[in-house]
Write a protein that binds this ligand. Structure first.
Ligand code: NDP
Length: 266
């Protein structure tokens, strides 16, 4: 019987996940169908999942914490960040995973060896990436425009700075998790500081997708190997698909089936 999947979010109309997963279902001849579902109330997530008979769903903004609460079994990393972006029904139980940070890490390691990273921004994405990268042995520093959101990172034992007291030391990777450049032409740090940081870096990464940010343009000018948020989107989707299809394929097979979606207009 055909299995049904979806992405839950609010808004959700812009999501590329249906395109990505349906392409892989078709290419791998898996009998599944993936749609989008506008979920307004996070409290109704579990009820909606069971009422509509899903096998699995992805969860996007603003419901990842609700998805964490809705799961019966949560894998370790998702429990640590209290954010679930993938739910799969297995033997009557909802299993919750976070594939965002592992997906990001899979893309990062392809650039080369990364021992140190500078994370710009201190929001939800920065939290997840910093914890996951540290668990993989990457030394992390965090720099943010203002001090407020850095408190959590300080408590977690990360070296943190605001722009004013940040000194460029040289990091393997510079990662932009701020929303600077998403809807404007802002840089994630003052230009002079960013230029120095980029000149001493080996790789540059942006989690924003759908446009080339001023940050990534600067990195490209300097010839740094890089990737943007569409690669992160693809990689989290590959790992989610692996959970959805109960590890039937290798990640390489899934990637081969899914990657062409990037050319279909992300
Ligand atoms: P949050 O709202 O939690 O955090 C935003 C961060 O950006 C804060 O640290 C904020 O600093 C900083 N910031 C905002 N504007 C500027 C600016 N003009 N200059 C410098 N810093 C700025 O956001 P999220 O962590 O949820 O998301 C961040 C980005 O990640 C978004 O662009 C989102 O689209 C993208 N994303 C991509 C994913 C993917 O799969 N590719 C997945 C998830 C997110 P301050 O504390 O000073 O306000």
């Amino acid at each position: 019987m055909k299995e049904l999947f979806a992405v839950f979010g609010n808004p959700v109309y812009h999501s590329k996940s249906p395109l990505m997963h349906n392409l892989a279902f078709r290419t791998l001849k898996y009998d599944g169908c993936y749609t989008r579902w506008l979920l307004v109330e996070g409290e109704k997530l579990r009820e909606t999942f069971f009422d509509l008979g899903f096998k699995g769903v992805n969860i996007t903004v603003p419901h990842k914490e609700w998805a964490f609460k809705a799961a019966d079994v949560v894998e370790d990393f998702a429990a640590e960040v209290r954010a679930v972006n993938t739910l799969v029904l297995k033997e009557g139980k909802l299993h919750g995973y976070n594939t965002d940070a592992p997906g990001f890490y899979r893309a990062l390691t392809r650039l080369g060896e990364v021992k140190t990273a500078l994370i710009m921004g201190a929001g939800g994405t920065a939290r997840a990436l910093s914890l996951f990268l540290r668990s993989k042995g990457v030394e992390i520093e965090v720099v943010n425009r203002s001090a407020g959101r850095l408190e959590w990172f300080e408590k977690e034992g990360f070296v943190c700075h605001t722009w004013e007291e940040f000194e460029v030391k040289g990091h393997d990777a510079i990662i932009n998790t701020t929303s600077a450049g998403l809807t404007d032409d802002a840089l994630p740090m003052p230009e002079e500081l960013l230029d120095r940081a980029l000149k001493e870096a080996r790789y540059a990464v942006d989690v924003i997708y759908g446009k080339e940010t001023p940050f990534l343009k600067e990195a490209k000018k300097l010839g740094l190997p890089h990737f943007d948020g569409s690669e992160m989107l693809l990689q989290q989707g590959i790992i989610a698909f692996d959970h959805f299809t109960d590890h039937r394929y290798t990640l390489e097979e899934i990637e081969k089936a899914m990657r062409p979606f990037l050319e279909l207009g992300t």
